[in-house]
Design a protein around this ligand. Structure first.
Ligand code: TMP
Length: 207
């Protein structure tokens, strides 16, 4: 199946501001006349959102790390088939709040699951589908957790210790180095206006 659209993902530790900035990114494409789909993981479909509820529910303390990984990819499979691929085939711009880099960072870096196992799932679920561009919103973990803490009650992930998020941040940065053609790092510790300016500069080449 040939895809023609543009697939952009947003990644980062908690409190990096992705969920707000995704609107800004999408608006740039909409204003430039592109048909744009804004979505998120885990989630993005009815089934995916149900899986998200299981994954984020802080009462699910018995959920094992491997179950967590499989649920992430189950939601992703549904999302790819139902939303992402059809949109890309229709030449749309798909902007997704988190994707497989989050599985490497959280389940691999954070939980310590073998990277080879994640790669096997990635190849099975995605085939040759990969983001064209990934914006990594990077900031100090403590600052991110402070920001996230102000928002709402902590979900199952947000209840983890600082070390967990330090491992996630360093895994993201390692991936960005390894795949420097696909990744662009945004300094998310800056004030909102400044972060938007950085995004605008990066997007210039894609609009
Ligand atoms: P959000 O906070 O960006 O909405 O994402 C929900 C949580 O899910 C967040 O703590 C990161 C986590 N997550 C993973 O652990 N692995 C994944 O593959 C994805 C997509 C998200």
């Amino acid at each position: 199946m040939k895809t023609k659209g543009l697939f952009i993902t947003l990644e980062g530790v908690e409190g990096a501001g992705k969920s707000t900035l995704i609107d800004f990114v999408a608006d740039l494409f909409i204003k430039a006349g592109h048909e744009t789909v804004k979505t998120r993981e885990p989630g993005g479909t009815k089934t995916g959102e149900q899986i998200r509820d299981i994954l984020l529910d802080s009462n699910n303390i018995a959920l094992t790390d491997n179950t967590e990984l499989l649920l992430m990819f189950a939601a992703r499979m549904q999302h790819i088939e139902q939303v992402i691929k059809p949109a890309l085939i229709a030449n749309k711009v798909v902007i997704c709040d988190r994707f497989t880099d989050a599985s490497y960072a959280y389940q691999g870096g954070g939980r310590g699951i073998d990277v080879a196992r994640i790669k096997t799932l990635e190849e099975w679920v995605q085939g040759d589908l990969k983001p064209n561009l990934t914006l990594l919103f990077d900031l100090d973990v403590e600052m991110g957790l402070r920001r996230a803490g102000k928002r709402s009650e902590a979900d199952r992930f947000e209840q983890e210790e600082k070390d967990f998020f330090e491992r996630i941040r360093s895994c993201y940065l390692d991936r960005a180095k390894l795949e420097s053609d696909r990744f662009r790092i945004v300094d998310a510790a800056q004030i909102y206006e400044n972060v938007k300016e950085q995004i605008q500069k990066i997007m210039h080449d894609y609009l």
